[in-house]
Design a protein around this ligand. Structure first.
Ligand SMILES: *Cc1c(COP(=O)(O)O)cnc(C)c1O
Length: 443
């Protein structure tokens, strides 16, 4: 990917395979080497000093940066159309890092109430212990975000596609609300993946990923990524007083002024030097490499996930033993119009990823749900999404078990809800397994 051809824009698939990587200049290795080292030798005392002053870019210690991890960071930044990225140990670590880079004791977040269960716990309970409060609002009405904003609000937070409700956020409308108040919109783009949606194109400022899911794609590796658009103006009259730590000399890192020094990647540098370096939720080089392997086929896998999920949704919609199906790809979904606006088209329909939910028609639907899961042949009962393998779970008794009845209702988790993460096996086999398990569930 030579910088000489500035007029040519590479497509998504080419960037998924090449962005951020060049053949190793020392060995000629074509695949990205796994730089399994904690530390990097300095050229000289002067070189060491300038690295520590952040005057020269280079590697010091793998908690701060590592060449294999850097390839992953550049690749995800490219796929999202962002300026810079920071990889973390898990998706939860990425969210925490993204938010702690701009929030402190006394600050406030407005977030969608339909977030992934773990994220509700992190923002609602984990952050409240640090003195950061979160107001959760129903994301269906964008004005709910506006109404919840306070003078001390420092971030608005949502998911492109909610998990497990598979609701679609109007990113453009929520970005407008955030920007009207001079604060950034942070979007968890895990379920859509950068192949189906680029939240920056709709005004988001920071994107986070659980790379554990579709980016890795094979259920082998935990990882997370924070991406910055490079467009948020931390120094604007509206934002300046809200984010003084972006502008003033950093007490946590050698008096560096992050926005002045690094400009459109100042936020990422702050997240790296003040949060990841200090709190240590760093991604290992081996795990970065495994996620890179996954990303090389992201575009192909997402097409297959979307096609299979659409077939499954249509099959369930007309199945006599199914009471409801929720998949934004279906024309009957209340989220279909937004999906069409925001997601890449696959086979003439908006590509809506592989997650869908449904309920079984039965007198005791919750019990039928448990029996369905026990009757599945190759679909695996586990708490993950975004694997090449089809996965199935009953959220009320597992992932969302910690939530109160009230929180369950706000998260839209019905007691009979079954969540499928549709894999990329042969569609006929997935339909067969669902059908036989449905019959056993009500037998
Ligand atoms: C899984 C998930 C997370 C958390 O990521 P981990 O890699 O498990 O830490 C965050 N957001 C969403 C939408 C997820 O699905």
């Amino acid at each position: 990917m030579s910088p000489d051809h500035k007029d040519h824009e590479y497509g998504f698939g080419t960037r998924a395979i090449h962005a951020g990587a060049i053949p190793d200049p020392v060995t000629g290795a074509r695949a990205t080497p796994i730089h399994q080292t904690t530390s990097f030798v300095f050229d000289s005392a002067d070189h060491a000093a300038s690295l520590f002053n952040l005057q020269t870019f280079g590697n010091v210690y793998s908690r701060i940066s590592n060449p294999t991890v850097a390839v992953l960071e550049e690749r995800v930044a490219s796929l999202e159309g962002g300026r810079a990225a920071l990889a973390c140990a898990t998706g939860m670590a990425a969210q925490m890092t993204a938010l702690l880079a701009i929030l402190k004791n006394g600050d406030h977040i407005v977030a969608a109430s339909t977030l992934y269960g773990g994220s509700i716990g992190q923002l609602g309970i984990g952050f409240s212990r640090l003195g950061i409060e979160t107001t959760f609002v129903d994301p269906q009405d964008t004005e709910n975000f506006r109404r919840a904003i306070r003078p001390n609000t420092r971030a608005v937070y949502g998911e492109t596609i909610g998990n497990p409700l598979v609701n679609v956020l109007d990113i453009e409308a929520v970005a407008t609300v955030a920007h009207d108040h001079g604060i950034p919109l942070v979007i968890d783009n895990t379920v859509a993946s950068p192949y189906l949606c680029n939240p920056f194109a709709f005004g988001a400022d920071i994107v986070v990923h659980s790379a554990t899911k579709y980016l890795g794609g094979h259920g082998t590796t935990m990882a997370g990524v924070v991406v910055e658009s490079g467009k948020f103006d931390w120094g604007s009259p509206q934002s300046r007083d809200k984010f003084p730590e972006m502008l003033e000399p950093s007490r946590a890192y050698h008096g560096v002024k992050f926005y002045e020094t690094f400009g459109d990647f100042g936020y990422t540098m702050k997240a790296r030097m003040e949060v990841n370096r200090t709190f240590g939720a760093t991604l290992s080089p081996l795990n970065a490499w495994l996620i890179l392997q996954g990303i090389e086929t992201l575009h192909l896998r997402m097409q297959a996930h979307c096609r299979n999920a659409m077939q499954v949704a249509q099959f369930l919609e007309q199945h006599p033993l199914v009471s409801w199906v929720n998949y934004p790809g279906l024309a009957t979904s209340p989220h279909h119009a937004l999906a069409k606006k925001q997601f890449r088209t696959i086979d003439g329909a908006p590509g809506c990823s592989g997650i869908l939910t449904f309920g079984i028609k039965a007198a005791d639907a919750a019990r039928a749900g448990e029996r369905f899961i026990d009757a599945c042949e190759f679909m695996s009962h586990l708490a993950n999404i975004g694997d090449a393998k089809t996965l199935v779970i009953h959220p009320a008794s597992t992932t969302h078990r910690q939530l109160s009845e009230d929180e369950l209702q706000r998260a839209g988790v019905r007691p009979d809800m079954i969540r499928l993460s549709v894999g990329i096996e042969d569609a006929q086999d997935i339909l067969w397994d669902i059908d036989q398990a449905l019959k056993q569930a009500v037998a």
